[in-house]
Design a protein around this ligand. Structure first.
Ligand SMILES: [Zn+2]
Length: 415
């Protein structure tokens, strides 16, 4: 299967590592004659990335095309009557994003729609989380009537924090409650019963696996071999001088050193097929040349550029490079951010594999228990939208539980 399309929310930003990404809108024509219609199978995912109800962009298409629309939210069916070209709808989606998502002032997509009532008039405002500006939408657009009739559901929030990703807002109560149900991740997610059930079932499976697993995992990823490779790699890198990069570079800049590194890695990773070690050394040298080999953001870029739907095989293959570049908690979080984007946005079908992915990274010592636990219990908008962040963390639960349980055993083993 071809890799799932993923594009920048602002398609005018030509940077593969732009922070705000969404799935490429897809279409499917159904029916014929007068009953012909265009179904948008991934509208729910697209809308989630935009933090808007899926009905808004669908209805927007209807307004722009003068077509009837219909939704079956339960089954995530979003339909525009008539046969419409995917590219045309993507262009229209750009229009929707411009008019109803992006902050008018700073063009950041992290906005919330709010309805302001002043006397008899109602205004729809984009409330920007990035710059704090509140900018109105064009109330002459027909969609505004629909929005006023179907106002955005206020998401119930516990605490409202910004920058939750790195804030050391302690995990309440510490690790003594094995039942992590009450973690902040759960806020406003009551409708996810189904998902919780699935994860619980999977947690069982994983626990069954892990009774004999440490060996099984060892056999799978062969950590001995990988550790040797890491040593060899570090030896190979020992002579490389360390430059000090200062400029973090902007996310939106296609020429930023991060974009350059990402592009280089993507272009080079297959041409070195036979000699992974040489490729990894070269990638590190590239990062160094760009002055960003010590930056945590480089870890994110490497994860995005290296990992595909074959991530479980790629982790041991590329592990040495991450071992070399991950030097702090912040770096580990960037790696987790890369995984979030991979499984949350590019390959949602990998979501059930999250526990295995985390396990593989953990086995290679790329992640520490405390960092994963902290990450797993705190939703963050640093790397993806909030819903995706929540989804990925929920999927990680079996691994978090395993970590907690494995704690006692390994203490005995290692002494
Ligand atoms: Zn703004």
């Amino acid at each position: 299967m071809a890799s799932a399309g993923i594009v920048n929310i602002r398609r005018d930003v030509d940077d593969k590592f732009y922070r705000y990404r969404m799935p490429l809108l897809t279409t499917k024509i159904e029916g014929k004659g007068n009953g012909i219609k265009t179904v948008i199978p991934n509208m729910a995912d697209v809308a989630r990335a935009l933090s808007r109800p899926p009905t808004y962009p669908t209805k927007f298409f209807g307004c722009e095309l003068g077509a009837q629309t219909s939704f079956d939210e339960k089954n995530e069916r979003y339909i525009v009557n008539g046969a419409h070209d995917a590219n045309r709808l993507r262009e229209l989606l750009d229009g929707f994003i411009d008019k109803f998502v992006l902050c008018k002032s700073c063009k950041n997509p992290e906005t919330e729609l709010i309805i302001l009532k002043q006397g008899r008039t109602e205004d729809i405002i984009r409330d920007c989380k990035a710059c704090g500006e509140r900018t109105g939408v064009d109330m002459r657009h027909k969609l505004t009537t629909f929005i006023l009739k179907n106002p955005p559901v206020k998401i119930k929030k516990g605490k409202k924090k910004t920058g939750t990703g790195d804030a050391a807002a302690g995990v309440g109560g510490g690790g003594d409650s094995p039942d992590a149900e009450a973690s902040p991740v759960e806020n406003g997610a009551e409708s996810d019963d189904e998902l919780t059930k699935k994860i619980k079932a999977e947690a069982k499976d994983l626990n069954d696996d892990t009774t004999l697993t440490k060996e099984e995992w060892s056999a799978d990823t062969s950590p001995e071999a990988v550790k040797q490779r890491i040593k060899a790699l570090e030896g190979g890198l020992a002579g490389v001088s360390i430059a000090n990069g200062e400029d973090e570079g902007s996310d939106d800049d296609a020429n930023s050193p991060y974009s350059q590194l990402g592009k280089w890695v993507e272009e080079s990773k297959d041409s070195h097929e036979g000699d992974t070690k040489a490729f990894l050394v070269a990638a590190y040298k590239k990062a160094e040349e760009l002055g960003i080999e010590k930056k945590h953001k480089s870890v994110l870029v490497l994860a995005q550029a290296l990992f595909t739907d074959d991530v479980l095989n790629e982790i041991p293959k590329y592990g040495a490079l991450f071992a070399k570049t991950i030097t702090s908690e912040k770096h580990q979080k960037a790696l987790l951010g890369g995984i979030e984007r991979l499984v949350g946005l590019s390959h949602p079908d990998l979501l059930p594999a999250v526990p295995k992915i985390l396990m593989a990274l953990y086995q290679l010592d790329l992640l520490e228990e405390e960092v994963v636990t902290q990450w797993g219990t705190h939703v963050s908008k640093k790397y993806t939208d909030k819903e995706t962040s929540k989804k990925v963390r929920k999927a990680s639960e079996p691994f978090l539980k395993w970590l907690e349980e494995a704690d006692d055993d390994s203490d005995d083993d290692e002494q």
